[in-house]
Design a protein around this ligand. Sequence first.
Ligand code: ZN
Length: 100
Amino acid sequence: MIDCHDCGGSVSFSAASCPHCGSREPSGPYIQSPRELRFHRIEERNDQTLIGMLVLCTGIGFFYGAVTGGAWPAAGYGLLGALIGAPAGFIINVSRRLFE
Ligand SMILES: [Zn+2]
């Protein structure tokens, strides 16, 4: 038996919800280990890198296309930038994981 995280009543450890207050997490919120937290932070930063690279490369491609051609080349180069940016961000993420 454990004390309910929300109301303090005793609850079976395996209970899915508290019989007293109906709390869905009687054992309290799941606490991540430092290792998990660290890994989660890397994952979060990886997402930011991927989106950042995608936006950056799309922007550069779009700008290049607009300067040299016009609306349609801009769209084409923007797409090309996105196609380069996504794997570029992915490579940065993989290399970061290797060195951290
Ligand atoms: Zn409770």
